[in-house]
Design a binder for this molecule. Structure first.
Ligand code: ARG
Length: 461
């Protein structure tokens, strides 16, 4: 049983079928440098507790450092017989510092507490990368809003014309969920910063090693309170998978709008050549593939989350090998987001908006009918009646094939005695938008204020 981590009580080595099933080095090798950092910290803990002399500890640290170089250069690789990254690293370390010293390092730790720690360290590092990429996307959205402070967009509910809004208001509406995603990552970091190292297989260790020392050496905040929970729980991983899925969903909603805006029928945007694709058969095509991949990958990110939750459901404590199945989905969620976010940001930053086209369509669909009703309320009409009157005006205009602003005085009084010519004052798109000036509304002054607030919250997150 060459190089395995056990053997004493086994008469034979693993069958080839088991080896093939059990092997995880093709995906957990990603954690090799975290494994080495864990070993540095563990070396220090063993030395403090008197299990390694100062010379041995120095030699161990030096060997681990050489090994880290070889991992970085690609010279160190797992071998066919290694089950996982932890076993592979032990073998490589034995080559580096010899059997006698290398064989001392496994005391007081288990792959169960190692892996639970390293997946947290990996996710904490990547949460930072993803947080930075989200900030860049928010910046790109805010820059577009800033570049189009007055542009009008036909606002929609049910995908139908509803009320005119500022384009900047709509764009910023896509930035706020991303700010909350960064805040979610920050909140998650609190729970992620707990170190399972020292929990051993499940019950802790007899050796009196200092888990707080290891935690701080690893950049984590404190050791776990319960060794069983520490080695068996993966809610921190599942929560990260949720945040990743939520980010995917937030991107997919903006993506879907860009896809629609980019159709010939809408014609609200042009995509930059560098951020769109062509067709292999139709020479005229320019496709919004980044937005479509965002939409598609959001499904994949949800799948990673639900797959992980299904793995965890009803799993008895403490460690079970099922837990190895957390790695591929969570690595995938990280990698997909890190691929997607820079492309998405580039697409948003380079979008060209057809503001005239948007403004032209904004009054269509009687989108100022609510303004008429609210004008009536201001003249003392109860809203229920105002709603009816405005609805009747819409019907009358629709019958005549005209817009609300085209109704003459006779038609207005015909529909209702309350509809005085003064109502025309609210029948402009700019007037409508400017009058929605309550907190959070689409009036230009509010949207500008909101943009400053958005920048502040994003920076603070
Ligand atoms: N590779 C395993 C994982 O990813 C850790 C090893 C624990 N294996 C074991 N037989 N206790 O979860």
């Amino acid at each position: 049983n060459d190089g395995a981590l056990w053997g004493g009580r086994f008469a034979s080595g693993p069958s080839p079928a088991l080896e093939a099933l059990s092997r995880s080095t093709h995906f957990d090798w990603k954690l090799a440098l975290y494994d080495i950092r864990g070993s540095h910290a563990h070396t220090t803990a063993l030395e403090r507790a008197g299990y390694l002399s100062a010379d041995d500890a120095r030699e161990m640290h030096a060997g681990l450092e050489r090994l880290a170089q070889k991992v970085r250069s690609g010279e160190a690789q797992p071998r066919q017989a290694d089950e996982d990254v932890h076993g592979a690293m032990e073998q490589l370390l034995l080559d580096e510092v010899g059997q006698e010293l290398g064989g001392r390092l496994r005391a007081g730790r288990s792959r169960n507490d190692q892996i639970a720690t390293f997946v947290r360290m990996y996710l904490i590092d990547h949460a930072e990368v993803i947080g930075r990429e989200l900030l860049q996307l928010i910046d790109a959205i805010v820059a577009q809003a800033e570049a189009h402070p007055e542009a009008i967009l036909p606002g929609r509910t049910h995908l139908q014309h509803a009320q005119p809004v500022l384009l900047a208001h709509q764009l910023q509406a896509h930035a706020w969920p991303l700010v909350r995603d960064i805040e979610r990552l920050r909140d998650w970091r609190e729970r992620a910063g707990v170190s399972p190292y020292g929990g051993g297989a499940l019950a802790g260790s007899t050796l009196g090693l200092d888990p707080a020392l290891v935690a701080s050496e690893l950049g984590l905040d404190r050791p776990a309170e319960n060794s069983i929970d520490a080695t068996a729980s993966r809610d921190v991983v599942a929560e990260f998978a949720f945040i990743a899925a939520q980010i995917g969903i937030d991107l997919s909603r903006m993506a879907e709008e860009i896809i629609i805006w980019n159709t010939r029928e809408f014609d609200f945007v042009t995509l930059d050549d560098g951020y769109s694709t062509g067709s292999s058969i139709m020479p005229q095509k320019k496709n919004p593939d980044i937005a479509e991949l965002a939409r598609g990958k959001s499904g994949r990110l949800i799948g990673n989350l639900t797959g992980l939750l299904a793995t965890l459901k009803a799993l008895p404590l403490a460690y079970n090998r099922d837990l190895q199945e957390d790695k591929e989905p969570i690595f995938d969620s990280v990698e997909q987001l890190e691929l997607l976010l820079p492309a998405f940001t580039g697409m948003v930053a380079t979008l060209r908006f057809h503001t005239e086209r948007m403004a032209e369509l904004a009054p269509e669909g009687f989108s100022l009918a609510t303004d008429v009703a609210e004008w009536l309320v201001k003249t003392g009409v109860p809203f229920r009646d105002a709603h009816e009157i405005s609805g009747a005006l819409v019907r009358a205009c629709e019958d005549r094939g005209i817009g609300l602003e085209e109704a003459d005085d006779a038609l207005l009084t015909d529909v209702s005695e309350h509809l005085k010519p003064g109502v025309r004052e609210v029948l402009t798109i700019e007037g409508s938008v400017a009058s929605r000036s309550g907190v959070g509304g689409t009036a230009p002054v509010r949207v500008t204020e909101q943009r400053a607030e958005l920048a502040t919250r994003a920076q603070a997150a």
